[in-house]
Design a protein. Sequence first.
Length: 317
Amino acid sequence: MTRRLGIVMDPIEGIKPWKDSSFAMLLEAQRRGWQPLVMRLDDLHMDDGIARAIARPLEVTDRREDHYRTGNACSVVLGDLDVILMRKDPPFDLEYIYATYFLEQAEEAGTLVVNRPQSLRDCNEKLFTREFPQCCAPFRVARDAGLLIEFLEQHEDIIIKPLDGMGGHSIFRLRMGDPNTNAIIEAVTDHGCRQAMVQRFIPEIRDGDKRILLIDGEPVPYALARIPAEGENRGNIAAGARTRGQPLSERDRWICDQIAPRLREKGLLFVGIDVIGDYLTEINVTSPTCIRELDAEFGLNIAGDLFDAIERRLARS
């Protein structure tokens, strides 16, 4: 019996297939004989309590141009699919949250949703680190400027960032005496209306912000270090960082061991953590990336490992 895979993602025509992790997953699903169905967030809807979507059958080809073909749109009941991959990029806004409710109804009907919809809502990618203080550098979350400045005075060199950002957007380094301190805090907190995270600056960022992928709590044995561009403090590819693959260190593996039981408990089958130096900084649960870069550098098939884990879950259900 052919398995049907739904994937909720940004418009496939806009992706870069040679570096897109969702595309790697689609290639693997197709290789296994599954039928992929692609959906956007605005395709999801609900009729009388049943989650549905306008979906399009999808065929993918591993090349830079003409990398996909879609069939005729059709209406599907989400609970009739075998697996749904929730791969919509942030922003994590109310529309994203509403989508998790639709996906949760499908999960209740027996569909495996990767990752679990409730955990997508519960596990803010920055705040989730609070459950593992032994792995983290000192940090504070606040929107009051006085509290943020107090943290700066304590640590003298910090990073400030919004809780809902991605790709390095609105991340600033602040040092004591910076004349732009108040303006930066006002911008990141929207004049005290939005929570922000401040972390003690970790100088090892010069060696890269390491992305480590975990599948059902087991780490891929290599990390992708994203090394900031000259004059930058942000280890984000979108901010111009270059990349370098490297084996996991003992500390990296220790951090993975610390968080793995909680990931499994919360149904977070595919996760990307960010580690700078010896410190965990983020736990990415929405749409972790870097599959294709690590596959190319080390001859891996990370999507294959993910689908092995998915098939094990299906066999147990």
